[in-house]
Design a binder for this molecule. Structure first.
Ligand code: FMN
Length: 210
């Protein structure tokens, strides 16, 4: 009887150990087998396009709204920034769109008006993408934006437009600006960036402009 009991206990013990994994086995099975070193894994991860593109944020702003957006965008994208400054700054009177004889009204009613810039000490050569910002005037870009475009060679560059406005959208701004870019460049119509967009939102928007 004792022998039979001993045999039964031994059989049960062996059976149990044979099916259940030991703690050591569990650990080994759960750990992923490294196929490459951690350095190689990093290299295999896709790099966001923006980080390899050198970006410039160039902007014109008469009363500071577009300036703020441009600064936030440049910070968010780690881009360089350049202000398109008029040789003669705009006064409040100049900006009165109710007055047909104000400077801005006269400029905007004349397609060939090209207000002078105070300086032009920026080379766009070293950039892949230029984010070009301005306020919407009379449904399009202020004429000084054309002055800027016509002073540079944008061959093989990408120009992404952004603007601020009272309420208007981008309208036909891209179409309006295209003739001022003599060489083959890509102009993205972009977006009105009114309001206080976070760095993350600005980065996301820039990604969608790829
Ligand atoms: C001469 C002039 C014309 C404007 N025309 C328009 C327009 O057509 N549509 C609109 O929504 N806002 C218009 N605005 C408002 C500006 O687009 C808006 O205030 C903008 O954010 C100003 O940007 P800034 O501070 O960078 O100059 C006009 C402003 C001025 C001074």
């Amino acid at each position: 009887m004792k022998k039979i009991l001993a045999l039964l206990v031994t059989a049960l013990f062996v059976g149990a150990c044979g099916t259940k994994p030991t703690p050591q086995q569990v650990v080994e099975e759960q750990q992923p087998v490294p196929m490459v070193s951690s350095q190689e894994t990093k290299e295999q991860q896709p790099t966001p396009v923006l980080s390899t593109q050198k970006a410039l944020v160039a902007y014109f702003s008469a009363t500071g709204t577009t300036k703020k957006v441009a600064e936030n965008l440049a910070k968010a994208l780690n881009a360089d920034i350049y202000e398109i400054k008029p040789a003669v700054p705009y006064t409040a009177e100049d900006l009165n769109w109710h007055d047909k004889t104000s400077r801005s009204s006269v400029e905007m009613s004349n397609e060939s008006s090209r207000p002078e810039m105070a300086e032009n000490n920026i080379s766009v050569k070293e950039y892949d993408v230029i984010y070009l910002g301005f306020p919407i005037w009379w449904g399009t870009a202020p004429r000084i934006v054309k002055t800027f475009l016509e002073k540079h060679d944008f061959s093989n560059k990408k120009i992404v437009l952004f603007a601020t406005s009272g309420s208007s959208g981008m309208g036909n701004t891209a179409e309006d600006l295209k003739p001022s870019v003599a060489t083959i460049a890509q102009i993205k119509p972009g977006k009105i960036l009114n309001g206080n967009m976070s760095a993350e939102e600005l980065r996301y928007w820039a990604q969608t402009m790829k």
